[in-house]
Design a protein around this ligand. Structure first.
Ligand code: ADP
Ligand code: MG
Length: 701
């Protein structure tokens, strides 16, 4: 059909008019015919069934009844009045009730004429009633284009108030199909349609709005979801492709001495299958000639550090330097110590640079970096400073990437004449489905296997009223030589209140665990960094047995002897945060515990979060639940992506369709990257129509 017709402003559709057009624009973002076509129902009601009045049951969902009104009366009530109609069929009597729009009803409703009414019923005064029913004359009902499954469109209060009901939308949709003849050109190739047995676009559009049957509705949904995800994936893959074409990378051809020797002789444990696979993926990136941009996801404790080290050794083997940047001083120091230990038998020179490095040390580092004496530099943001110049930086690794901004990351790019390869590591589990849509332009590796022999952390939920038992448990664990974290929520908006909570908690703990028998560290956001550091170190060194803290300890601290994590007001934490916190324990050989403390007042979402934590420790499973509870909009980093304004597909539920869409998009680009072959003509055309190419160029530059 004529594509221009679909660009017609919605004002021109019969039945719309200027007022409705304005509302459709502001409330639903519908500007054109095309927008209306793409405005999909969010559910369907099965209207195949008509109920008799004597069949109605309490608490049934929406029902449809045929009958007539025999009289209408107005009943005064405390505020205003309500209008009540007696409605009968051949089995009984019920009431229809209106609290608003009474004048209109009185003037337009016909007495003793068969109607089809539809709505929810209530049981009141010994009789069923239906407030504000949808009504249609039986005669009209039989005439209209009608299908078994009735679509229900998303709506807003304003629309309903202005009388743009579901029925009105439905009518407009009918009008649109009449004016356009429903001939929508197809946007997928015959090949894909055949392979996936997809119905045509025109048929799908018709059945999504006027489903002829359950089966056709399902096929229409499948087709449209596939199409939506296919074009998103196409967009992301093209971004990725252009990116690779444009940005050349250093070629690391050899896997040499450092890597080889380390792998043969100094590996302290057997790599897990997942670690091996990821190292292979990285190796192949590093040799490809394009700049690597890889996201490495792995749950807390899954062993990302060794992967980072081995990647850096490959850089060294090719006469490049490498750096590893972590968000905090503590983490950097831990990485430094850890890597020094792992590399003690290699001839690598590793240095640490943080905000608290002394000036003389800094000078030494600057010099040795530029003349190439330093092979690996570990540190905090300090690495980004302009003064930090490498002789030949080939690989930059960022740990806990969500703590760094894009701007900071891009600074690393400028540390050599070609941008170094970049590996970003995160323990924030992003569901695979989401990662694929979000980072379709980054390559993603996942370590989905924990090193063997890890003990599951025992997680329980306890109410505040059980606090004494919890204290006893803490005492017993300290007796055994363990250390304990007690974490309080930190919510920016009410920092002072949180601070009070924390201090109250600290005081009661200090009373319960008095000095000198017990030593307690306390760390919170209002402390000076240096003081924080001292308190942390006391705990790390085992001088204190209890660490009372706000969520500042969330990131990466490694104290293997700490085996109990107590989270206060756990109902106030999000799932991913709870999971991160729990990951602080279970790092040593001892059985570890996580105790979630809450009051008795819990929302149903909070209950779900707690139950999830108790029942699983799989970060990805937790992330999926999190996503379902919060919706993707709230997940870290998704706001900017814009790819998640999906019209019909659901990134979580339609995971399989997503995979298949990605597969076909990849296949298409491999065979016909410019989408010029005759069979792919419509895909190329549609892609252009989407206007996404513009975004792509923004992204690249
Ligand atoms: P994360 O992914 O959270 O950064 P780390 O790299 O710190 O995890 O690893 C956590 C712990 O597991 C470390 O003590 C590390 O030495 C150990 N580890 C890593 N990989 C393995 C493995 N394949 N087998 C046994 N232990 C491992
Ligand atoms: Mg780590």
């Amino acid at each position: 059909m004529n594509a221009n017709l679909l660009q017609t402003p919605i004002d021109y559709l019969k039945g719309v008019g200027p007022n409705r057009a304005a509302l459709l624009r502001t409330e639903l973002g519908i500007h054109t015919y095309q927008d209306l076509i793409n405005f999909f129902p969010n559910r369907y009601i099965d209207k195949t069934r008509f109920y008799k009045i004597n069949e109605l049951q309490q608490n049934t969902a929406e029902v449809q009844v045929v009958g007539k009104i025999i009289n209408i009366r107005t009943v005064d009530q405390k505020r205003g009045s309500r209008m009540v109609a007696e409605f009968i069929d051949d089995t009984g009597k019920m009431e229809l009730v209106w609290f608003r729009g009474q004048k209109w009803i009185r003037e337009n409703i016909k007495i003793n004429t068969p109607y089809v009414i539809f709505g929810k019923t209530n049981w009141f005064n010994g009789m069923f009633n239906m407030p504000h029913p949808e009504m249609e004359l039986l005669e009209e009902h039989q005439k209209n284009l009608r299908t078994a499954m009735q679509p229900v469109y998303p709506s807003t209060e304003k629309l309903t108030k202005a009388g743009i009901t579901n029925r009105v939308i439905n009518k407009l949709m009918q009008q649109l199909f009449i004016e356009t003849g429903g001939r929508f050109y197809d946007t997928l190739s015959e090949e894909i349609k055949e392979e996936l047995k997809l119905i045509s676009r025109a048929e799908a559009m018709f059945n999504i709005h006027f489903p002829k049957s359950q089966e056709l509705l399902a096929r229409a949904q499948f087709r449209l979801k596939f199409e939506e995800l296919f074009y998103i994936q196409l967009q992301l893959l093209i971004k990725n492709m252009l990116h690779k074409q444009k940005i050349k990378g250093f070629v690391f051809e050899q896997v040499g001495e450092n890597f080889g020797e380390f792998y043969q002789e100094h590996l302290p444990f057997q790599l897990t299958g997942a670690q091996k696979r990821v190292i292979k993926e990285i190796r192949s990136d590093l040799g490809s000639g394009a700049q690597m941009n890889r996201l490495l996801q792995g749950d807390v404790g899954s062993g990302k550090t060794i992967v980072a080290l081995m990647s850096m050794l490959i850089a060294l083997d090719n006469d490049f330097q490498a750096c590893l940047m972590a968000p905090t001083e503590i983490l950097s120091v831990q990485h430094y110590n850890g890597l020094m230990e792992l590399c003690k038998d290699l001839k690598t020179s590793i240095y640490l640079l943080t905000g608290s490095s002394k000036t003389s040390k800094r000078r030494e580092i600057h010099e040795k970096l530029e003349n190439g004496e330093i092979n690996i530099l570990i540190g905090t943001h300090a690495l980004l400073e302009d003064k930090v110049k490498f002789k030949n930086l080939g690989l930059a690794i960022i740990d806990e990437q969500h703590r760094f901004g894009v701007a900071q990351r891009s600074k690393l790019w400028q540390k050599n004449h070609l941008p170094p390869h970049i590996l970003v590591m995160t323990a924030t589990p992003i569901p695979r489905t989401l990662a694929m849509s979000l980072y379709g332009d980054l390559d993603v590796s996942v370590i989905d296997e924990l090193p063997p022999g890890r003990q599951e952390i025992k997680t329980v939920h306890r109410y505040d009223s059980n606090r004494l038992k919890v204290f006893k448990f803490i005492r017993d664990e300290i007796q055994k030589g363990r250390q304990i974290y007690i974490v309080y929520p930190l919510i920016q908006e009410s920092a002072t209140m949180d601070y009070k909570d924390l201090m109250d908690g600290y005081e009661s703990i200090a009373r319960e665990f008095p000095m000198p028998e017990y030593q307690i560290s306390i760390v919170h956001g209002q402390m000076k960094p240096a003081d924080k550091e001292i308190e942390m170190q006391r705990f790390v060194k085992g001088e204190t047995q209890i660490m009372v803290a706000t969520t500042v300890i969330e990131v990466g601290v490694n104290v293997p002897n700490a085996s109990v994590m107590i989270i206060e007001s756990a109902e106030r934490f999000g799932l991913s945060q709870l999971h991160q916190l729990r990951g602080r324990v279970g790092r040593g050989a001892e059985q570890s515990y996580c105790i979630l403390m809450t009051s008795h007042k819990l929302s149903s979402d909070a209950k779900t979060r707690l139950e999830t934590m108790v029942s699983t420790s799989d970060g990805f499973e937790i992330a999926e639940v999190d996503l379902k509870l919060r919706g993707p909009g709230d997940l870290m980093g998704t706001q900017q992506s814009g790819v998640l304004n999906l019209k019909i597909a659901d990134i979580v539920r339609d995971n399989q369709i997503l995979q298949s869409a990605r597969f076909y998009a990849k296949q298409l680009l491999a065979e016909d990257p410019e989408m010029k072959m005759p069979k792919n003509k419509m895909i190329g055309y549609t892609f252009q129509q989407l206007g996404v190419h513009k975004n792509i160029w923004n992204y690249i530059s």
